[in-house]
Design a protein around this ligand. Structure first.
Ligand SMILES: Cc1ncc(COP(=O)(O)O)c(C=O)c1O
Length: 444
């Protein structure tokens, strides 16, 4: 609605259409352009927390950022040449410059289906929706399963995107606990206690960001039992699938399910180390026809909102998935394992810190015994001062709804990891107060 405001004296409009009176004073605008309710409800907690921190590094020490979940930032983990070659060929073919169907080229969907198909959970092209990164896969999966007013169950600690997306859509988020003392297994009793008649979806993230944990087959069976008993479909975020350390086994959820329908979300970002290429997918596992055609059609309709992911990457998918040599994957994993071990063994001897050794993915969570660090109120202050004094930046786990921990990304070059651990040790030694001494001082 616009109003004409009559004013005395000479009048002009500025470039925005606002009236400016002779003395240059702005008056009531005819315009009313406001951010939507949805945009106002879209909050990324990591940004909210990090932007609120005073991150001024110590000028005498070069900054080491252990906070960014992007394995490409330091250049020490390049993708494989096969992957690059596939992309170059896709461009040179001139075949991938147009629009593809919104769910992806049929051929590219088939390639993904073949890559992940197994006898217990067979897939074909129609079971795959290609998306712009795993993020969009998660967005489509939540959107197709949930209405405003419904709720979803998400892990705590957990990847913050689930909440960001759900809250912006008017979907309530209920957090179920992961147990650090049980290698971050789900507290199944707690999980089940949260379910009500508005629960539309259970999100399971395995291997986990931020924990680096990998669930055993037995544990996955127990999760499926809870979902089956309560008839709750599962969104399995398996973007770190197969990124597990030797001796540990990644078990995708779908082959273990006898009845629970599963939307498994994945992509190229982590395993192939090309997050910027924005290629993801949803694998629809519905052997008992519970999703039926309705959910599939819903996903197709939702995919039409942005007409699918980049076609050049779709053109390269066949070669990326089929020709990348096993040594590439093994090389990444042994690097991640070795860096995790360095970090774990260094920090587990630091008084006041309790790292939890990961089994996969790219992260390690470190518990802070806050009662021994009276200089700081919480993990946010702890990590803020770690930047000020030691120029080391770790993400406070409050960003994952899990205070008193911080998360370290283990993709950084080894020398940086070692240096960072030395600086964290120094920092903790300076601020650590044994509890008995605390109370003794208080008594005096
Ligand atoms: C658990 C988890 N899921 C999904 C994603 C998003 O992946 P993409 O970059 O493919 O959107 C990430 C990225 O960090 C993640 O950690």
């Amino acid at each position: 609605m616009s109003f004409v405001v009559k004013m005395n004296g000479s009048q002009n409009n500025d470039i925005h259409g606002n009236f400016i009176s002779g003395n240059g004073v702005h008056h009531v605008s005819r315009w009313s352009v406001k951010p939507s309710e949805m945009s106002k409800k879209t909050l990324n907690p990591i940004r909210a927390i990090v932007d609120g921190m005073k991150l001024t590094p110590n000028p005498e020490k070069p900054m080491i950022a252990l906070s960014i979940g992007d394995p490409t930032v330091f250049g020490n983990l390049p993708t494989d040449d096969t992957v690059l070659q596939a992309m170059k060929e896709a461009i040179d073919s001139h075949k991938y410059n147009g629009y593809a169907p919104s769910v992806g080229y049929q051929k590219s969907r088939e390639v993904v289906a073949d890559f992940y198909s197994c006898p217990e959970a067979p897939l074909d092209g129609k079971d795959v929706i290609l998306t712009s990164g795993c993020s969009q896969a998660i967005e489509l999966a939540i959107s197709v399963l949930c209405n405003p007013g419904d709720n979803i169950l998400v892990p705590r600690p957990g990847f913050s995107l689930y909440k960001t997306l759900a809250v912006s859509m008017g979907i309530q988020v209920k957090h179920y606990n992961l147990l650090p003392e049980k290698s971050w297994e789900i507290d199944l009793q707690h999980l089940e206690s949260l379910i009500d008649d508005k629960t539309a979806c259970l999100i399971v993230n395995n291997p986990s960001n931020p924990c680096g944990s990998v669930f055993s087959r037995e544990h996955l069976h127990k999760i499926l039992s809870v979902a089956s008993r309560n008839c709750i479909p599962i969104l399995a975020d398996e973007i770190y699938g197969d990124m597990v350390f030797p001796g540990c086994d990644f078990q995708p959820l779908a082959p273990l399910s006898s009845d629970v329908p599963i939307l498994s979300c994945g992509g190229l970002a982590k395993r192939w180390l090309v997050p910027g290429w924005r290629m993801g997918w949803i694998l629809i596992h519905d052997r008992n026809d519970i999703f039926g055609t309705a959910i599939r059609e819903g996903l197709v309709k939702l995919s039409q909102r942005i007409l699918g992911p980049c076609t050049v990457v779709q053109g390269a998918l066949e070669s990326i998935l089929n020709d990348t040599p096993p040594e590439f994957y093994q090389g990444t994993i042994s690097f991640l394992k070795s860096n995790s071990e360095i970090c774990y063994s260094e920090l587990s001897t630091v008084p006041g810190l309790n790292p939890v050794m990961p089994s996969g993915a790219m992260y390690i969570m470190v518990g802070i015994e806050m009662e021994h660090f009276p200089d700081f109120q919480n993990d946010v202050e702890f990590t803020e001062r770690l930047v000020t004094e030691q120029s080391v930046f770790c993400l406070p786990a409050t960003a994952f709804e899990y205070p008193n921990f911080f998360r370290i990304v283990v993709t950084v070059p080894e020398e940086m990891m070692i240096e960072a651990c030395i600086r964290i040790r120094e920092f903790c030694a300076r601020h650590y107060r044994p509890r008995s001494q605390d109370s003794h001082e208080l008594d005096q």
